[in-house]
Design a protein around this ligand. Structure first.
Ligand code: ATP
Ligand code: MG
Length: 453
């Protein structure tokens, strides 16, 4: 089996070989190349120790990024390549990180410590593919399978539970039966894994293609890392807009969403508050008044716990909170929508609406989608016309108002007023028109200061 590897990687392999060391490209890049996907980086493994790698590559810039684990980053032809010494992991006494790593001289041992068969292959341009665990067969079958005994491999490092789901989602692969049983059975071990690592895998999972089925089949695993999700399981909606229980709707909504992290994460959490807000009217129809706010609060707590960065957390909380807003139908509403969410937020919010609709009762979709299409066209039009929807795009600023005699907090208040007028389309965003409006505001406020008799 032939793989085309970058010239830089080939040169590094050759130079290590010339010094008498084995060296291969390995892991994700081999898997991706065999799948016909473009690898995002080419990792190299070698029998040389880090110091030996450096000595063998005297002309290259080398960064000691992970030298204690045997990894150095080598620059070659303008690209960085991670070169890692063959190693085996020591004990995983805490189910998270190996207590130590030991360097070994054989490729076979290095491949055996890797997580899944499809990730445990190495390649050399002259000697070809090294596939000791049936990785090619599993790639062909579209299957995630642990290298070795699944139970002990997951015991060693429970993060592999989420890695299995991430790779299954990314490639729309199935999970081999025994491996799958262990993912369920050992899910409690995820409690020992650092939240950052958990969240990083969850994020990778969410943007995959095959998420819907996996969210349904492995819901117990997801509830182990986000216990609030369990509230949605089997929660019937008793509402004509819906054909699924809350969790099934959620899984479909994630699956229908564009594969952008903020949108996918929003879909995962958008209805989390529904069970807490459930009521039924006299006709027996279910309602969830106020659930977006509750979901938003829950999303905030969940994302803090998972150590999300603030920007992502704030974006998702806002999108969850706004997921049920009426879509803008008029220019004025469109400008308001943009002013409240910002350009990026507005685009994402429209994607959120779309994913939500596509996971609702099929009979109700056509009309909702038509309204969404109109809203999208409206927002798109406003953006191409570059209408003002941010205060900083206003044609006048604080300085202009001060020149008119405003001072202190009156400056900000007047700017707010002018911004409202522009967003509502009641005043063009032009300097002269706005200054005239500001004059009016000033006249009003002076009047109100005069004695009222
Ligand atoms: P991606 O395209 O997402 O980077 P990848 O396969 O390169 O996929 P990495 O997390 O970059 O995944 O890891 C590189 C390689 O290291 C994997 O292919 C696998 O062989 C090995 N590996 C990474 N994490 C683990 C782990 N937790 N347990 C065992 N092997 C692992
Ligand atoms: Mg990688």
């Amino acid at each position: 089996m032939h793989i085309t590897i970058p010239d830089g990687a080939a040169r590094l392999l050759r130079r290590l070989n010339e010094r008498g060391y084995e060296a291969y490209v390995v892991g994700g890049c081999v898997r991706d190349a065999l799948l016909g996907r473009t690898p995002h980086d080419w990792d190299i493994c070698t029998g040389a120790l880090p110091e030996e790698v450096k000595a063998a590559l005297p002309g290259n810039t080398v960064h000691d990024t992970g030298i204690q684990h045997g990894t150095v980053l080598v620059m070659e032809g303008g690209e960085g390549y991670e070169i890692t010494t063959f190693r085996v992991d020591g004990d995983y006494s805490d189910h998270r990180r190996p207590d130590s790593v030991s360097f070994v001289r054989s490729l076979g041992e290095d491949l055996a410590r890797r997580d899944f068969t499809i990730n445990a292959m190495a390649y050399h341009p002259e000697t070809g593919l090294v596939d000791l665990f049936g990785g090619v067969e599993d790639l062909k079958a579209g299957r995630i399978r642990c290298v070795g005994d699944p139970a002990s491999r997951i015991e060693e490092d429970a993060l592999r539970i989420l890695r299995a789901l991430r790779f299954a989602a990314r490639f729309s692969f199935s999970i081999e039966e025994e491996t799958g049983r262990v993912l369920h059975g050992k899910r409690a071990q995820l409690d020992y894994v650092a939240r950052e690592r958990v969240f990083s895998e969850l994020k990778g999972f969410l943007v995959g293609d095959g998420v819907c089925a996996l969210l349904l089949e492995y819901r117990d695993v997801f509830a182990r890392i986000i216990p609030e999700l369990a509230e949605m399981f089997d929660f019937l909606q008793h509402n004509p807009h819906h054909c699924y229980d809350v969790w099934t709707h959620t899984a479909h909504a994630v699956g229908h969403a564009v594969p952008e992290l903020p949108v996918r994460l929003t879909m995962l959490l958008h209805d989390a508050g529904k069970p807490r807000r459930f009521t039924r009217d006299e006709r027996g129809i279910g309602h969830f008044f106020g659930h977006p706010e509750v979901s938003a609060q829950m999303a905030d707590g969940i994302l803090r716990r998972l150590r999300s960065d603030n920007r992502l957390r704030e974006t998702v909380v806002r999108l969850v909170e706004s997921h049920d807003w009426a879509l803008p139908e008029t220019e004025r509403a469109g400008r308001r929508f943009l002013a409240r969410l910002g350009e990026e937020g507005a685009r994402w919010s429209l994607q959120v609406h779309r994913a939500d609709i596509l996971a609702q009762h099929p009979a109700t979709q056509a009309e909702k989608l038509a309204r969404l299409d109109r809203a999208e066209a409206l927002i798109g039009g406003l953006l191409t016309r570059q209408v003002c929807f941010r205060k900083r795009d206003l044609a006048v600023g604080g300085r202009d108002l001060i020149a008119l005699g405003f001072s202190g907090r009156a400056v900000g208040r007047c700017l707010d007023r002018l911004f409202d007028l522009v967003v509502d389309g009641d005043c063009p965003n032009e300097r002269d028109a706005l200054l005239r409006e500001a004059e009016k505001v000033r006249a009003e406020s002076t009047e109100s200061l005069l004695p009222s008799d």
